[in-house]
Ligand binder design. Structure first.
Ligand code: SF4
Ligand code: SF4
Length: 324
């Protein structure tokens, strides 16, 4: 696979600094039951990287001493990791909000039949990928049969109360994530959410809370695909031309750090995939066990590169969807 990293490092992206930390995002490893074309993690069934319980304890230790309010769990398919369930239960016992970045098909995989119930019992917020409401588009990007399995997963979540309008009452939030099928920017989030809600309800009887639109990042598998198809420069130009200065205020790295499966710390998940160390450290690769509290990260420089234009393009993308 061609590597886009050397094309990203020489950048004129503006300098940004971290505010007070509110979210710890933790990547439990790169094993996944899918192998999507756009995957910025290069995850798949053959990946073996997985967080150990010792590292999980170090992550929880930092969550507790930093007073972080949200733990955002990602992968791969994070639910495949043995520490996933203990991590969720321990974080919830600390009163921390937990987000699971779920690919939906994992809910119907062998051995995961009770996963949906586990998530509901622990009041875990679910952020689930579904790049279209049409089956041929989803299967084209994420693999044959993925759409049908995703709908089955959504129905299971709906049956448990996920996706109902009154999230404050149920505590069961279900948000969907849209990313474009091709090397284009996502359409406006509000209009697309209306379409998704109508089409998924009418065609499949499925409901959800919010649709988050994210641009594909030119890193790892998607970056390699752009390079191998000769579209890298055009896509970077598209992102740059769509850059909006006001989106700098809300990119996710302003309030978040990202921890990898070995416990090393980065400014965000994309930087983690590129191996770009925390901006404030001048090349040292900090480990979560070295972080004393959240205050030491406040006001620190964030390590930026050209892929950051993927966060500020158009409406702007963050892990919470469009920014503007
Ligand atoms: S995009 Fe998500 S579901 Fe697809 S391979 Fe990557 S981690 Fe797995
Ligand atoms: S890729 Fe986005 S979240 Fe990561 S450092 Fe750049 S602007 Fe921040």
């Amino acid at each position: 696979m061609l590597d886009s990293k050397p094309r990203l490092l020489d950048t004129d992206f503006p300098l940004i600094k971290r505010r007070r930390l509110s979210t710890v995002q933790v990547n439990l490893g790169y094993r996944c039951n899918q192998s999507c074309v756009h995957c910025h993690v290069d995850a798949g069934p053959k990946r073996r990287e997985e967080m150990t319980s010792a590292t999980m304890e170090q992550v929880l230790g930092f969550v507790e001493r930093s007073g972080t309010s949200t733990l955002d769990i990602t992968g791969g398919a994070p639910e495949l990791n043995a520490v996933f369930r203990p991590l969720v239960e321990r974080a919830r016992a600390l009163g921390v909000q937990v987000l699971d970045r779920c690919n939906l098909t994992i809910l119907t995989e062998p051995g995961q039949q009770d996963l949906a119930e586990f998530l509901a019992q622990n009041r875990v917020d679910i952020i689930a990928s579904l790049p279209c409401y049409l089956d041929e588009n989803v299967d084209g990007q994420r693999g044959k049969g993925v759409f049908e399995a995703s709908i089955r997963g959504l129905r299971r979540l709906n049956a448990l109360g996920y996706g109902a309008d009154d999230v404050d009452a149920t505590g069961l939030r279900l948000d969907l994530v849209y990313n474009p099928i091709d090397a284009v920017l996502p359409p406006p989030q509000g209009a697309l959410e209306t379409d998704y809600k109508r089409e998924l309800a009418v065609r499949h009887g499925v409901r959800f809370n919010r649709l988050l639109t994210l641009a594909n990042m030119p890193v790892r598998r998607f970056g390699g695909w752009l390079l191998s198809t000769g579209r890298f420069d055009d896509y970077m130009q598209l992102l740059r031309q769509a850059h909006r200065e006001e989106n700098l205020d809300a990119v996710m790295c302003r309030d978040l750090i990202s921890i990898d499966w070995q416990g090393y710390v980065y400014d965000c998940d994309f930087n983690q995939m590129l191996g770009l160390t925390l901006g404030a450290t001048g090349g040292h690769r900090p480990h979560v066990s070295e972080l004393t509290d959240a205050a030491t990260l406040t006001g620190a420089d964030i390590r930026v590169a050209n892929h950051c234009y993927g966060c500020t393009a158009g409406q702007g993308s963050s892990c919470g969807g469009a920014l503007a």
